[in-house]
Design a protein around this ligand. Sequence first.
Ligand SMILES: C[S@@+](CC[C@H](N)C(=O)[O-])C[C@H]1O[C@@H](n2cnc3c(N)ncnc32)[C@H](O)[C@@H]1O
Length: 280
Amino acid sequence: MKDHMTVSESEYTDADFQKVRQIAREKAGIHLPATKKALVYSRVSRRVRELDLGSFQAYLSFVTSPAGEDEMQNLIFALTTNVTSFFREKSHFDHLESIVVPQMISRVRAGKRGRIWSAACSTGPEPWSIAMSVMTAFPDAATHDFRILATDINAHVVARATEGVYGAEDVEGIPTAWKAQFMERTPSGDYRFTGPIRRLPAFRVLNLNASWPIQGSFSAIFCRNVVIYFDDSTREHLWQRLADKLDPGGFLYVGHSERVSCANQCGLTQVAPTIYRKDH
Ligand SMILES: C[S@@+](CC[C@H](N)C(=O)[O-])C[C@H]1O[C@@H](n2cnc3c(N)ncnc32)[C@H](O)[C@@H]1O
């Protein structure tokens, strides 16, 4: 009798890999090069085992069926990394706090909208770091129409980000004074964001490579460590769409290893290695 608890590598065919590639491209715009074949095996075979489906083929049929809609989240989750941390690329948050937010204050106090977007927010350290920087530069931000839109394709990470609860090691990158100001300890010893800061982020599930039901434009957009999954044309198209969503003079922050290849055509000027300003 076949042992349904194991999925041997010999059962993982090239056709299976091609199918995973096709799903990743169609559902998330994620490009999996041929070099990722073994990685896909190790990540996805875990899901095949956990669901006790016995073979990659059975898993791929399930995930593409209506009943497998939730599992699609797990598959995308298995194919991407959600690694993130508080104040990752500290210079971006210094720039936001000292340049961008001060420029927004008088407009927002006069009744206009203030908007910042964390465009692949993972489990939340990025939008919550933005929120702490905003509250430091503009302490009454939460009493005005000031919001941080925080989106990710993955509903599981968006749910975690919305909770705003983190373990002691996760919050090591947050200055002690800010932990005291913006967080409380939970009975289990975790840290939870509390008080007015909780009104700033608005969390949503959003695929960057699909349509965006988003109104208005942003003073700053963080799109960091996500385009590494996309091919060149998907990436360029995304940069153009993000540039279109920036206010004139607004800023785009990208990951430390990323560059906006089409900056000129997108109407962006590079002001630091990973910071771009939208032209007026
Ligand atoms: C490495 S994390 C980056 C988190 C954060 N921006 C940072 O730099 O710390 C990459 C995130 O991109 C998300 N992602 C991957 N493809 C996406 C897509 N097509 N649309 C939106 N988010 C996507 C993943 O779910 C993951 O949470």
